[in-house]
Design a protein around this ligand. Structure first.
Ligand SMILES: Nc1ncnc2c1ncn2[C@@H]1O[C@H](COP(=O)(O)OP(=O)(O)OP(=O)(O)O)[C@@H](O)[C@H]1O
Ligand SMILES: [Mg+2]
Length: 710
């Protein structure tokens, strides 16, 4: 059987499938088993059997509660599910099941086999909704060639006439979504300029107005709430949609509803209906205006209705006369209606795109540009000979409907913001990058979609974890952000030397407030850790045995003060210890310069005995307060009674990461000092003592901490 590629307009209320025929140079809409172009996007799951389309819609009409409709608007929403026959279904699963059955029906009706498919989505769909649509297609067993925006698809189908340059506005009001897109069409080239929309605004909201009206009237007449009768409510939904459609051609109609043994009959008029739905229509006008504002801003010149050459109506809801009337009022001219089938134009463009995906170019037979242009000005055309046009995949340049940003700390370092990286209406497939200097194992980037600076107003797309950076180093990392041709977000990263890093997306179920609370907690922990790591503790041990009297102790005090002066005392905490037969703390973990000088001045001979019976390292090395850089500086002028205890203690201290500097004057045993020191012990002349202490201070800075301490 012939394998073909198709375009699928997966609509909120109706879906259509089409294929491009190379032989004919045009698109053929593929009919369903009812001989229709469009199939209701309704699914019925009853006792294990699945029905879709007309059959499912009939079930819905007869009040079968095992039916689901309008699930497209819930696509990608992990908090939404439908309960059918006691089982839970996400919108993605329902779409997958629906597509599988729709495709089966199309295949058997048309005796074809389907290979790849382009599926359309509202331009305003965000990343999650697009990805859910791709997965739904795959669940249905389709090879998803591409996801394409519905209005862009309509322009491909309508706009490629090879004529003069023009700006086309596509007004797409379907069953569940509204999109407005403005594109510049020049020959075979399509550049989308701006797009806007609301994926919760469509024909169903117009239905809802009638449903509410009938519900209220029924309640005031019989005191019965139809909401309490699910079957009757399903039936009412279908009846109100039918009435709404009728009001597009007649001035009034009657809706009848039977519920709880009562029969209500209500007349609805187009005039009332138009009044009641005006706020819905007005929202579409506002969205068009903000689309114009965005183009004005991008082009730096005014852009409005007078810059629009043609308005194209797409979607079944544009059949409501109020839509055309509004366009005439705002635009001053009627929209193009000739040769446009509002129900199938989206699938038609998607079919062309499907062929473009596999062949990279298509040759199209169209009415000549002369006829297209005359249609624009007069609404009618003289028959002219068709022309052929060759269109390349690269001729179609789409844009993104949502800004892409990342969660970032604001410049006040107190609050979090959505820092925008790719602006709304930017071309898809163009990478943007941000550079970071980072040290650590994992850089986590939270990607958001939305226009607001406040992250709480944005959608969380995902958390990207970037790993593989060189260890113990500050790395320069370039993170690239891209909307691919499906409008789906891609994030990757590399080092500044081009080495590609691993970046994985974690779909987070955390809410924005949970994420921000966690980031704040992590930031606080990191600050505390940095503070902990940046602290340096020094034990300054000064021999105060009898031999130190006179000049020696005076020079020792002077050298100790010079030593203190070398440090940034915001980070360095010093204990001054006097030792002889015992040891004594003159101050403990002090970082106030005045108090440190005072403690040093307090160091005096015979403080703690006359001889050197003490083992100061052994008795004190465990008294550091935390696991930060720790240093012992010992100054002595003589031989200690118990060298071996001190050597064992010094070895243990060093094994624990403590750095020891031994400085000797007078009769000090240099070999012993070397044994207890981390490097070589030093014996110096008294006149050199200050300079030696300064050297030790700078060695602590460079060797222990790795940077300046001032
Ligand atoms: N004659 C009509 N008058 C008013 N509304 C109509 C008429 N015909 C169809 N509609 C409405 O058009 C909508 C369906 O349009 P369409 O098939 O373009 O939407 P869709 O593709 O299912 O939805 P979407 O594009 O939002 O996902 C339904 O709400 C339907 O009631
Ligand atoms: Mg549609």
């Amino acid at each position: 059987m012939k394998k073909i590629n198709v375009g699928i307009d997966l609509g909120t209320t109706y879906s259509a499938v089409a294929t491009f025929s190379k032989e004919l140079g045009r698109v053929q809409v593929l009919k369903n088993s009812y001989g229709k172009d469009c199939t209701p996007s309704v699914i019925c799951i009853d006792n294990g059997s699945i029905m879709v389309g007309e059959d499912a819609k009939n079930e819905q009409k007869s009040g079968n509660v095992n039916t689901a409709a309008f699930y497209k608007s819930m696509m990608g929403d992990s908090n939404w599910s439908a309960f059918i026959n006691g089982q839970e279904y996400s919108a993605e699963e329902l779409s997958g099941l629906y597509l599988a059955h729709l495709i089966q029906d199309i295949k058997s009706t048309n005796s074809i086999d389907i290979d790849g498919a382009v599926i359309t989505v509202p331009a305003y769909f965000n990343d999650k909704q697009r990805e859910a649509t791709i997965r739904a297609g795959q669940k249905a067993g389709l090879k998803v060639l591409k996801i394409i925006n519905e209005p862009t698809s309509a322009i491909i189908a309508y706009g490629l006439t090879g004529g003069k340059e023009k700006n086309v506005l596509v007004y797409d009001l379907g069953g569940g979504t509204f999109d407005v897109t403005v594109a510049n069409v020049n020959g075979t080239r399509i550049d989308v300029l701006a797009t806007n929309g609301n994926h919760q605004l469509g024909g169903k909201d117009w239905d809802e107005t009638l449903i509410n009206q009938v519900k209220e009237k029924f309640y005031s007449e019989f005191g019965v709430s139809i909401d309490d009768h699910e079957e009757d409510l399903k039936e009412l939904q279908v009846k109100c949609e039918e009435a709404k459609k009728l009001l597009s051609s007649v001035a009034s109609t009657i809706i009848t509803i039977q519920c709880d043994g009562y029969l209500g009959k209500y007349t609805v008029t187009r005039e009332d209906f138009n009044d009641q739905t005006y706020s819905l229509l007005y929202e579409t006008i506002l969205l068009i205006k903000s689309c114009f504002d965005e183009i004005s801003e991008a082009q730096n010149r005014p852009f409005g209705w007078n810059n629009i050459d043609e308005v194209v109506l797409v979607g079944g809801s544009t059949r409501m006369p109020q839509v055309k009337d509004m366009i005439i009022k705002e635009y001053g001219r009627p929209p193009i209606t000739k040769d446009i089938n509002v129900d199938t134009i989206v699938a038609t463009g998607a079919a062309m795109q499907a062929e473009l995906c596999v062949s990279n170019s298509i040759t199209l037979t169209v009415a000549s540009s002369a006829s297209a242009n005359s249609a624009k000005s007069s609404g009618t055309s003289m028959p002219t000979a068709p022309i052929t046009l060759t269109i390349h995949n690269s001729d179609i340049q789409d844009i993104t409907a949502h800004s892409l940003g990342m969660l970032a700390l604001a410049s006040d370092e107190k609050s979090y913001i959505n820092s925008i990286i790719i602006r709304k209406n930017s071309k898809v497939n163009e990478p943007f990058s941000r550079e970071y200097t980072f040290s650590g194992e994992k850089l986590q980037v939270y990607v958001l979609q939305g226009e607001a600076r406040d992250p709480y107003e944005c959608d969380i797309i995902g958390a990207y974890s970037i790993t593989g950076m060189p260890k113990d180093n500050k790395s320069k990392i370039k993170v690239n952000f891209l909307y691919n041709s499906n409008g789906v977000v891609e994030v990757n990263a590399c080092l500044d030397n081009g080495i590609v890093l691993s970046s994985t997306r974690e779909n987070t179920n955390e809410t924005m407030s949970e994420i921000i609370a966690r980031l704040e907690r992590e930031k606080k922990e990191a600050e505390e850790e940095a503070k902990r790591k940046s602290r340096i503790e020094i034990m300054l041990m000064i021999d105060t045995s009898g031999s130190m009297s006179g000049n020696r102790i005076r020079e020792a005090r002077r050298a100790a003060k010079d030593f203190v002066k070398e440090f940034d005392l915001n980070r360095v905490f010093i204990s001054v210890i006097s030792f002889a037969d015992r040891s004594q703390y003159k101050c403990k973990w002090e970082n106030d310069e005045r108090r440190l000088y005072h403690a040093i001045d307090d160091v005096d001979v015979n403080d703690v005995g006359y001889c050197n019976a003490e083992t100061p390292i052994n008795n004190n090395y465990k008294k550091f307060t935390r696991d930060c850089p720790r240093v012992i500086v010992v100054l002595t002028d003589g031989y200690w009674n118990d060298q071996s205890t001190e050597e064992t203690a010094a070895d243990r201290a060093k094994a624990d990461g403590i750095i020891i500097y031994g400085i000797g004057i007078g009769d000090a045993d240099e070999a012993f000092l070397s044994r207890i020191s981390s490097g070589k012990g030093k014996k110096v002349d008294l006149s050199q003592l200050s300079a030696t202490f300064k050297e030790v201070a700078s060695s602590i800075a460079t060797e222990v901490v790795g940077n300046s301490l001032k």
